[in-house]
Design a protein around this ligand. Structure first.
Ligand code: ACO
Length: 332
């Protein structure tokens, strides 16, 4: 059977930095509260001209360059995103056109909140395993600043903008080993876009506490399901599988959610304290939650700085509006 392997990555973040000190001048908050409750110090904010499309395009250009392929080799483009304005035509269509990809290229957007990248990666991987395509581009890109209410301290301290991309290619070697996609449509009202003035998409509104509780549980479940899809492994077997994992790239929503999920993994698998925590790759301090970009951005930065290397076994795991959650187990 053919596998789908990652052969190149790229990312982009806007230049403008919004620090906790800037936010203190906008809403009733403090640097101390934001760091203690979220782990975020600063986030990147797109300029007026920058969009999910322009950021995604740059990230993909960098992934193409990094993989050493030509644009024409890409046969399918899948983009995880939530912030295309207007929603038609899709971000993937705009990006395909801007980059001059093949004229008959199929492309699609996957809209699944911050889980969009993990879902998109799974769609792309399936298309390769089904031998439909050989080379597929996947992007996660979002401009959450466009849908953030900068008068709402419950949300505006969390979000930022950015994009990440990768190229998947048919291979005889292991690549995306397994995906787990989850959802809880009953809880869809916990994280919504709500129109304040009747125009545009509206702003993010969420029940932070409830999303927090869901997120921790969903990330742990997805990590287990991706290691043990049938759910039949005993504790020792599951622990042995988990110990083979080099690193975990979690969606960067809140450092406390990530560390909480790690503690839960340690307790359920009876691991020494710190073992799961040390596997967590963190970029949240500098970039906040940039939705679909957070995992591919962290992947690209980690590969470029040597934190991750070819051959490592990695879990990408996240959650988001919908509510949705997902994980991918990947051999780099
Ligand atoms: N500065 C100071 N105080 C604040 C701030 C702020 N920025 N925000 C909230 N508070 C206050 C609240 O008003 C509350 O005050 P009160 O007790 O007087 O009512 C107090 O702090 C505690 O509020 P909680 O909501 O209980 O704080 P919590 O510790 O849960 O942290 C947070 C809030 C950071 C939002 C957390 O719940 C969280 O991260 N939730 C998950 C959110 C998330 O990840 N969403 C994204 C999903 S991904 C996607 O698809 C976009």
């Amino acid at each position: 059977m053919h596998h789908a392997s990652i052969i190149g990555t790229g990312s982009y973040v806007p230049e403008r930095i919004l620090t906790n000190h800037h936010l203190r001048e906008m809403v009733d908050t403090s640097d101390k509260w934001i760091i203690e409750r979220t782990g975020i110090r600063e986030r990147r904010i797109a300029s007026g001209e920058e969009t999910n499309v322009t950021m995604g395009r740059i990230a993909l250009e960098r992934a193409i360059e990094n993989s050493g392929i030509r644009c024409e080799e890409i046969e399918f483009l899948v983009v995880g995103t939530n912030t295309t304005e207007p929603v038609w035509p899709s971000a993937s269509g705009h990006i395909a056109n801007l980059l001059g990809l093949r004229k008959d290229l199929p492309f699609l957007d996957v809209q699944a909140g911050c889980t969009g990248f993990n879902y998109a990666l799974s769609v792309a991987e399936m298309s390769i395993k089904a031998e439909q395509y050989r080379t597929v581009a996947v992007i996660g890109t979002d401009k959450l600043s466009a849908i953030t209410d900068y008068q709402d301290r419950n949300t505006c301290v969390l979000f930022g903008d950015g994009a990440g991309a990768l190229i998947l290619r048919q291979s005889m070697n292991e690549g995306i080993i397994r995906s787990h996609l989850g959802g809880n449509a009953k809880a869809r009202d916990l994280l919504i876009l709500s129109k304040k003035d009747g125009t545009g998409n509206g702003y993010i509104k969420m029940e932070g506490r409830k999303v927090y509780t869901f997120a921790k549980r969903a990330m742990v479940e997805s990590c287990f399901r991706v290691l043990d899809p049938s759910g039949t492994a005993g504790k020792n077997e599951l622990r042995a599988l988990f110990e083979q994992v080099t690193k975990i790239i979690p969606h960067q929503a809140n450092a406390r959610i990530i560390m909480g999920a790690a503690e839960e993994l340690e307790s359920r698998l009876e691991l020494p304290a710190g073992e799961a925590k040390n596997k967590m790759i963190m970029t949240i301090e500098q970039y906040g939650n940039n939705s679909c970009a957070s995992i591919p951005l962290a992947l690209d930065l980690s590969l470029r700085t040597g934190k991750l290397r070819k051959g490592d076994l990695v879990i990408f795991v996240g959650f988001g509006a919908g509510l949705t959650y997902a994980a991918n187990l990947v051999r780099l």
